[in-house]
Write a protein that binds this ligand. Structure first.
Ligand SMILES: *[C@@H]1O[C@H](CO)[C@@H](O)[C@H](O)[C@H]1NC(C)=O
Ligand SMILES: *[C@@H]1O[C@H](CO)[C@@H](O)[C@H](O)[C@H]1NC(C)=O
Length: 248
């Protein structure tokens, strides 16, 4: 079942919405033990792939636009084309998209997955901590994003986890690129437009890691794989995340 899903992910065309790493590099295997590979089936029947990250033994945080049917999470993966001994494949018991998520402008693009069972903590599987509400990223801050998304706009997918270093931009950069769509209260503008580095198709839902904690979630970006990209601002949703984890 899980193997079939993985196969589907690679055989079927991927639509827009899922965001890959442009201008990055393959990471040292399992150096980002919080990373989750998410596969799902979209309404139109095609398969989707997203990133996500473990925030608690039984909770994964991702983007709300990564919702579909047959959602499944693989933790502890590096090469997603093989069944590595480190991998833990866990079905999603409950998907909790943010109630304010709007697919038309991707506002509040955040979703929690409650897993069917707790992940086992290993050297390859460990949660990522979130920044406290009083932590704010600033323009110029150096952060990292990782994913199994496309390596170039031609649609080449890697089978191993890639990562890239990106700088936080001023809100005005995204306000002018994405008018009426970028909201600085709930989003972060990331990636220097002058540098060929970005998150892209397939990276959606992955964490923006700044100072070793999650500050953002890959949401959307230009269709040609350039920067800047828009990330969901995790600090704006901390109380919702805590409440949902307590309630579920
Ligand atoms: C991942 O695994 C596949 C299948 O064994 C292999 O063909 C491929 O070369 C591996 N990728 C990397 C980057 O090691
Ligand atoms: C990519 O598209 C954006 C508009 O969405 C444009 O401003 C930018 O110049 C393009 N970049 C490249 C490298 O083609």
């Amino acid at each position: 079942m899980a193997a079939a899903l993985i196969l589907l992910t690679f055989l079927l065309p991927l639509g827009a919405g899922a965001e890959e790493i442009i201008g990055g590099h393959e990471v040292k295997p399992h150096s980002r033990p919080y990373m989750a590979f998410i596969s799902f089936v979209k309404d139109e029947g095609t398969s989707g792939l997203c990133g996500g990250f473990l925030v608690k033994e039984n909770f994964v945080l991702t983007a709300a636009h990564c919702r579909g049917s047959s959602m499944s999470v693989i933790l502890g993966a590096h090469n997603i084309s093989i069944r590595e001994k480190t991998q833990q494949i866990i079905p999603v018991a409950k998907a909790i998209p943010h109630p304010d998520y709007n697919p038309n402008d991707d506002s509040s693009d955040i979703m929690l997955f409650k897993l069917e069972r707790k992940a086992k903590r290993t050297r390859a599987v460990r949660p990522l901590r979130l920044h406290k509400s009083n932590f704010h990223v600033k323009p110029g801050d150096v952060c990292y994003v990782a994913g199994w998304g496309m390596l170039d706009p031609m649609g080449k997918f890697p089978d191993t986890l890639h990562a890239v270093e990106l700088r936080v931009q001023r809100d005005q950069v995204c306000e002018s690129r994405f008018p009426h769509r970028y909201n600085k209260a709930t989003a972060i503008c990331v990636g220097d437009p002058k540098i060929k580095r970005a998150s892209f198709t397939g990276d959606s839902g992955g964490p923006l890691v700044c100072k070793n904690r999650a500050a953002g979630i890959v949401s959307f970006g230009p269709k040609n794989g350039s920067a800047p990209c828009v990330f969901t601002r995790v600090s704006s949703f901390l109380s919702w995340i805590e409440e949902m984890m307590k309630r579920s």
